[in-house]
Each structure stands twice: as structure tokens, then as C-alpha cells.
Design a protein around this ligand. Structure first.
Ligand SMILES: NC(=O)c1ccc[n+]([C@@H]2O[C@H](COP(=O)([O-])OP(=O)(O)OC[C@H]3O[C@@H](n4cnc5c(N)ncnc54)[C@H](OP(=O)(O)O)[C@@H]3O)[C@@H](O)[C@H]2O)c1
Length: 412
């Protein structure tokens, strides 16, 4: 059994970790830690956990966590985990740490300081941390001892946009991400804007132009582009580098769980070899049969037969991939991924993923405007936090990724 510790056990993400770990056949929770709830039983903090065999909550002590645990999940606010991670690894270098907070997500300490308003206390550990989005970074996760579990919005946004970024299909300076979250995304600590009378029957934006998940989304989209071998938004040879700028606006929605992202970007015209080439079809007109050359061209930098999309000023406006081609691309990109469901005819909705580790995605090409619309939905506390963290633990320990995460969504 993997011996698991949870620091920040009294919060929403910590509680969700405990709930899911109780259903994990290869893991046992041996330490629950929180500063304010030390001494309490788990069910005093989470009434739903009454009757389960769980340790009493203890104070947050790095030595104790390091000594007793094979892996420690830290579900604490920004700034709280960097020194704790350093202390745990100093006490036990072989212990693995999965940080659900943001302290190890940004690769640049300067960027961290800029967006989080504090200096990083363990900058030498940042480079070893793997960004924990399994569908995009699985190999790095396998070989690390620090996993930076992604933010809830970045998970939804990156899974929605990665196939387009990897295949160079959109102008990555044109990306607009409109996102909505349930109130549990703000955590358990009360504050006026999150009180029931103020949230209920209300819909409001927040963090406009300055939400901390913005640089995380940009950083990881850039890495997707770099890994795919595309030269950047301008395509190979454009000299643009991995040029990404997203406009991200989150909104608070009066529901307890769930994130829905609607992302927009300008589609780039396909090269002639792809749409108008030997087979004589424009991508737009090609339909299902036309997805074959499109998909060959979209396959990416590693395939010998590929010709990557790049700018082509001579292309007509309708030489962009259509919805069927894009859906086929998404299905291919996420083939074999247990937790990403590409929807063809339906649209994602938060209730269809509630309580589960799924992220549902649908893509639509707007051939009238030349833009793509991608919609994704996930449960912020599961695929957006605790479920994804357990998926990462499974990868770290060489287990089947879905162990402990097969709970179907709760409906209605
Ligand atoms: N909620 C979500 O949907 C979600 C999704 C993805 C990621 N996350 C991230 O996960 C982390 C936890 O979020 P949450 O929603 O669970 O927050 P939360 O409900 O407010 O819980 C925070 C937890 O951290 C502990 N804590 C607070 N300050 C601490 C410190 N300085 N050192 C150690 N522990 C401290 C708190 O307990 P004590 O004060 O008693 O120690 C509590 O257990 C955050 O970084 C958040 O950004 C949350």
C-alpha cells in the first residue's frame, strides 16, 4: 500500500482527496494534517466521512509527513507549500510530493513573484517539478518527485486548446477564454463575496486581466507548441517563436462544483497540400472523407508524412478545417485517454462530469467567422484538483492511471 499524507486536509481540495483515496485499493491515508483543525477527527471536519477508518488530524509537520508517507499531497493556499515541499524533501529525499497549489507551476520565479506578489522560497526546486497534466506531460510526471498539479481553470482550458496548439491550427495570440466556476473553487475559507446571499442568483466576473491562472495557461500552451515542433503562432519559419497571449476571464456561478470553459481562437488556413492539394478538396468542403488529408497534415512534427499547417496568404477564407475534421483531430489526439471525452453531437455541461475525473470537450469550427469555439467541462475539485492529483500519484507509482478514479459522475 502507498502511504499517503494530506496537508491542508481541512480544505475542500483536501477533503476531496480523502474521499477519493478511501476508494483507492493501493493507497492508505496515514497522515491528515491541518493547522487549525489539529486534534479533530476527520468527520468533525467532513460530516460525510463519519464511520470511515481515518487518522485523527494532526498539525502540519514536515518531519512527520516525510517519515510516515511515501507521497504527500499539499492542498494549501498559494505561498504555503514551497517551504513545506523543501522541508519534506530535505527530511526524506525519496518522498514524492504532489502540490495542488500554484507554487511550483510557473517555471520562472520572476513570473511567480509578478503574479503572486511574493518571492519564491524554493526556486532551486522549480526546475525539478513536473507540470501535472497527465494527458500532456505524462513522461515528465513519471520521472519526478515533485508534481505541480495544475489549476482547475488551466486544466479545462489546456485540454480544450492543446490539440489546436499542437497542430498549429490557431493563432495563439487570438485566444479568448471565457470561464465559469462553481463557488467551491474559491476554497472553504469564508469571505463576503462568496456568502450565499451574494452568490445566489448572481453571476459575476472576477480577476479580469489579472487572474493568476493566465500565465500558467500561456506557459503550458507555449510548451505544447514547442514540443510539437511548430515554430509558434506564425508557423514554421515565421520567426514568431512560441507566441502565446490569452485573454482569460473567469466568472463565479451560483453552484457548488463545476467549471465550464468556452475558448475562442482564429483558425489558420490549412496549407494547400492539406485541403486543396492532390485530392482536390478544400478542407471546408471535404467532409468526412476530407478529414483523411487534414488529419495527415495535422498529425504533427514527428510523423514523416506530415506537412504542418503554416500561413498561406493565398488560401481562401473557407480553407479552414470544419467541425467534423476538428472533432476527428480531437478524437485522435485524446485516443486512449480515459478521462477526456470528446463529444460529437452533444455539448459539455458541468452536471455530466460532477464528482468524476472526466473532462468533456466539444469543438466547433465557425466557418463564417474563421474562428474555432471549444467548450470543456470538468469538476473543479476532481479533474480540476484532487482527482487529477490521484491520477498523478498513480503515474508516479507505476499504477494504472484510473485506479480510485472510476466513480461515474453524479446525475442529477
Ligand atoms: N478549490 C478548488 O476547486 C481548487 C482546484 C484546484 C486547485 N486548488 C488549490 O488547492 C489549494 C487548496 O484549495 P482549497 O480550495 O482546498 O482551499 P481551502 O478550502 O481554503 O483549504 C485550504 C487548506 O489549507 C490549509 N492552510 C491554510 N494556510 C496554510 C498554511 N500557511 N500552511 C499550511 N496549510 C495551510 C487550511 O487549513 P489550516 O488553516 O487549518 O491549516 C486548509 O486545510 C489551493 O492552492 C487552491 O488554489 C483548489
Amino acid at each position: 500500500m502507498i502511504r499517503v499524507g494530506v496537508a491542508g486536509a481541512s480544505g475542500y481540495a483536501g477533503g476531496e482527496l480523502v474521499r477519493l483515496l478511501l476508494g483507492h485499493r493501493e493507497a492508505a491515508v496515514v497522515v491528515l494534517a491541518s493547522r487549525g483543525s489539529a486534534g479533530k477527527t476527520a468527520f468533525e471536519v467532513y460530516p460525510g466521512l463519519r464511520g470511515y477508518d481515518l487518522p485523527r488530524i494532526s498539525d502540519v509537520q514536515a518531519d512527520d509527513l516525510a517519515r510516515k508517507c511515501d507521497v504527500v499531497f499539499i492542498a494549501a493556499p498559494a505561498g504555503a507549500s514551497m517551504s513545506l515541499v523543501r522541508e519534506i524533501l530535505a527530511a526524506s529525499p525519496s518522498t514524492k510530493v504532489i502540490d495542488l497549489g500554484p507554487d511550483f507551476r510557473l517555471k520562472s520565479p520572476a513570473l511567480y513573484q509578478e503574479w503572486y506578489g511574493m518571492a519564491h522560497e524554493a526556486p532551486n526546486l522549480i526546475a525539478e517539478a513536473a507540470y501535472g497534466l497527465p494527458e500532456l506531460c505524462r513522461d515528465e510526471i513519471r520521472h519526478t518527485r515533485i508534481v505541480a498539479n495544475p489549476g482547475c481553470y488551466p486544466t479545462a482550458a489546456l485540454l480544450a486548446l492543446a490539440p489546436l496548439a499542437a497542430r498549429g491550427l490557431v493563432d495563439l495570440r487570438s485566444v479568448v477564454i471565457d470561464a465559469k466556476s462553481g463557488v467551491s473553487g474559491a476554497g472553504r475559507t469564508p469571505s463576503p463575496g462568496y456568502h450565499f446571499p451574494e452568490c445566489e442568483e448572481n453571476l459575476r466576473p472576477y480577476g479580469v486581466l489579472r487572474h493568476r491562472h493566465t500565465p500558467e495557461i500561456e506557459q503550458e500552451l507555449q510548451r505544447v507548441v514547442r514540443r510539437s515542433g511548430d515554430g509558434g503562432a506564425g508557423g514554421p519559419g515565421s520567426g514568431g517563436g512560441a507566441d502565446v497571449a490569452v485573454s482569460f476571464t473567469p466568472h463565479l456561478v451560483p453552484m457548488s462544483r463545476g467549471i465550464l470553459v468556452t475558448a475562442y481562437a482564429s483558425l489558420k488556413a490549412l496549407p494547400q497540400a492539406c485541403g486543396d492539394g492532390a485530392e482536390g478538396n478544400s478542407a471546408h468542403e471535404a467532409g468526412a472523407e476530407g478529414t483523411r488529408p487534414i488529419r495527415a497534415a495535422l498529425r504533427g512534427a514527428n510523423g514523416a508524412e506530415t506537412e504542418r499547417p503554416g500561413p498561406n496568404p493565398n488560401m481562401s477564407a473557407n480553407a479552414i478545417p470544419d467541425t467534423r475534421a476538428l472533432t476527428a483531430l480531437y478524437e485522435e489526439f485524446y485516443a486512449g485517454e480515459r478521462f477526456v471525452r470528446v463529444l460529437r453531437n452533444d455539448l459539455p455541461q458541468t452536471k455530466a462530469v460532477r464528482g468524476s475525473n472526466f473532462c468533456d470537450i466539444a469543438v466547433r469550427a465557425d466557418t463564417r467567422t474563421g474562428r474555432v469555439v471549444v467548450i470543456s467541462a470538468l469538476d473543479n475539485l476532481v479533474k480540476g484538483a484532487a482527482g487529477q492529483a490521484i491520477q498523478n500519484m498513480n503515474i508516479l507509482f507505476g499504477l494504472e492511471e484510473s485506479i480510485g478514479l472510476e466513480t461515474p459522475p453524479v446525475w442529477p
